[in-house]
Design a protein around this ligand. Structure first.
Ligand code: URA
Length: 279
């Protein structure tokens, strides 16, 4: 018998209350957020065993389907970074936004909206106050800003933040976004991103108690196969197919125009996971 592990969900407080009264369109305007795909809350441990908090930006296609944050390529790059630190399971991940941002400028516009901030702070409090987290990895500018807003918002929070190492690193898909925006070659932006991640590794490794032997060696100039690590089974909801956790991309926005594209995520079983008999 195969025994499967899965994410136990949000049964315990304060998480039960957090998923019962999440904000909707009154806080997240539908012109700027894809609220039609629902909120995506977290990935990882909510039982107090997390040693690292990763703050991402907003859920994308793989996250909309799997209902956990940082599951697609960005998540697998982060999983690889955690592996370098010797962290295999003792982490928790949240995003700045519950819903997928529609256009990057919307992301910048809403990072300090009071209703969005108030709810995000309840999550940050839940995983940071009175917890064993010793390091926060903020992915990109918005995540860094969100942590800073939390830190500055009360003496209790700033006191807690003093005991936490903050690694504000480039977002895991910075290289792609930056190459698109600037016209620089992807190889150059990738090398810059990996140099940034490598530069943060020594201080991060010193701030985190590893679960297994760490390997904080610097990255090369391009992604190597072992730099991406699949998502652990216990991070996804019960019954999630194994290919949701694999490195192959399986979900893309699809459509002839902007309306259709916003309405459609095409999910495809990757070739390597097609185990059915073919005629
Ligand atoms: N997926 C997420 O959940 N967050 C990110 O920041 C990127 C992709």
């Amino acid at each position: 018998m195969v025994v499967h592990r899965s994410c136990p969900g949000y049964g315990d407080e304060p998480f039960a209350a957090l998923v019962a009264d999440y904000p909707g369109a009154e806080a997240y305007p539908a012109g700027d957020f894809r609220i039609e795909w629902g909120p995506v809350f977290h990935r990882g441990r909510l039982d107090g065993s997390a040693r690292v908090l990763v703050i991402g930006q907003d859920p994308a296609t793989h996250e909309a389907i799997s209902r956990r944050v940082l599951v697609g390529e960005a998540g697998q790059r982060v999983q690889g970074l955690l592996a370098r630190l010797g962290i295999t399971h003792s982490y928790v991940m949240l995003n700045v936004y519950l819903y997928s941002v529609f256009g990057q400028s919307a992301g910048y516009r809403h990072v300090k909206d009071p209703a969005i901030v108030a709810y995000r702070h309840r999550w940050f409090d839940a995983v940071l106050l009175d917890s064993g987290v010793t390091a926060v990895i903020a992915l990109g500018t918005l995540a860094k800003r969100a942590f800073g807003v939390w830190e500055d918002s009360s003496p209790e929070r700033s006191g807690r933040a003093e005991g936490i190492h903050l690694a504000a690193i480039r977002h895991p898909t910075y290289a792609e976004g930056s190459a698109r925006a600037s016209g620089q070659p992807l190889e150059d932006t990738t090398a810059a991103q990996l140099a940034d991640w490598s530069g943060h590794l020594p201080a991060l490794a010193a701030a985190v108690l590893p679960e297994v032997t760490p390997n904080p060696k610097p990255y090369g100039e391009s992604w190597a196969e072992q730099d991406l690590v699949g998502i652990p089974e216990q991070d996804l909801p019960p019954g999630a197919p194994a290919w949701w956790r694999a490195v192959d991309a399986w979900a893309v926005r699809d459509g002839a125009d902007a309306q259709e594209k916003r309405s459609t995520i095409r999910v495809t079983v990757p070739k390597g996971a097609r185990s059915w008999p073919t005629l």
